[in-house]
Design a protein around this ligand. Structure first.
Ligand SMILES: Cc1cc2nc3c(=O)[nH]c(=O)nc-3n(C[C@H](O)[C@H](O)[C@H](O)COP(=O)(O)O)c2cc1C
Length: 312
């Protein structure tokens, strides 16, 4: 996820049960222009493996070249983003924009598969809008081109994030015996019982979690525990949450090639997740938002811990 799935967060997710992780999407054009900020996004630690690097773009030369260059950092696979609904991406025919031109999607994917020796996966949506859901055809055509797996956010581009993910389409894909590539189901998995229900109803080969993991990497272990026992794990305690924020910060400081203050700012988008459902959660979050340096953040975390132990 853009501005979320950095190396620190991915490592945390792997440690807490995610079986595989993917980078945020990276512009193929920026990669071939050697933009440092974009190349920084391709960096990962060994503890994150298996990891895919995701690229997006509309220009076939740039996509081919980026796919070739990505080999130098040796991810486990290369993922193509055909799902981003954001207008500035879509209007150029990148991201979900390509869902309006399936011939082009097939052609571009073939170019990329041929350009790299890495396994290539695709992340997409069901179609452009409700009247043009072509995911079954897309899956067949991309399978024929040689992709290794297909991840589907079960909404159309027109849906954005509204309504509910249309998981029945994941079921339709899995019911087709001639589709043999793994189908990864994605959309609206916010807790372990939902993951269990969707998995057993629609039988995807894997589940992909997005928003539920932001500030709540425990989601992965909760899902795995539920699959084993059909029981819900108790939510993490406040001290556990604070310790995880410290670990998150530590990973960020050691792994991200940027000033420490930037790492502290970037952690802010995780705080509402870290404190969701916790008494005083909102005030803890606001307290952490005031921190600008790692020391300030650590001292706020200590402060919250002391305050909570006194008032408990
Ligand atoms: C802040 C944010 C950034 C995202 N960035 C990406 C991205 O870079 N690449 C991608 O394939 N999907 C991206 N997504 C979409 C998610 O991967 C996922 O498909 C979508 O949120 C639905 O899954 P969920 O209901 O589990 O969140 C992003 C989503 C959010 C909320």
């Amino acid at each position: 996820m853009e501005d979320v799935s950095d190396a620190a967060f991915r490592r945390l997710c792997r440690e807490m049960g995610a079986d595989a992780v993917v980078t945020e999407f990276i512009s193929s054009e920026a990669l071939i222009r050697q933009v440092a900020k974009s190349w920084n996004k391709t960096r990962f630690g060994e503890a994150e493996r298996p990891i895919g690097i995701q690229i997006f773009g509309h220009d076939e030369q740039a996509m081919r070249e980026a796919a070739r260059l990505i080999e130098t950092v040796s991810p486990d696979w290369l993922d193509i983003n055909y799902g981003c609904p954001v207008s500035k991406v879509v209007c150029k025919g990148a991201g979900a924009g390509i869902l309006r031109d399936i011939d082009r999607m097939e052609y571009l994917t073939r170019q990329i598969v041929e350009a790299t020796s890495l396994p290539v996966t695709v992340k997409t949506r069901l179609g452009w809008d409700a009247s043009s859901i072509r995911i079954i055809e897309v899956a067949h055509r991309l399978q024929a081109v040689g992709i290794a797996a297909l991840a589907v956010h079960a909404r159309t581009r027109a849906d954005g994030y509204t309504g509910s993910a249309r998981w029945e389409w994941i079921g339709h894909l899995k019911a087709d015996p001639t589709l043999t590539i793994p189908i990864i189901g994605n959309g609206d998995i916010f807790d372990a019982p939902t993951a269990y229900h969707l998995y057993h109803t629609y039988r995807p080969d894997a589940l992909m979690i997005g928003r539920a993991a932001i500030g709540y990497p425990w989601i992965f272990q909760e899902i795995k525990y539920f699959f084993r026992t059909q029981q819900t794990l108790p939510p993490p305690s406040l001290p556990e949450r604070l310790e995880t924020i410290r670990r998150h910060l530590q990973y960020g400081l050691t792994m991200l090639p940027q000033p420490p203050e930037k790492t502290v700012i970037e952690m802010r988008k995780h705080y509402s997740g870290y404190f969701r459902g916790i008494p005083n959660g909102k005030s803890y979050r606001l307290q952490l938002m005031t921190a600008r340096t790692p020391d300030e953040l650590l001292s706020e975390l200590d402060h919250i811990e002391r305050y909570a132990s006194v008032t408990a």
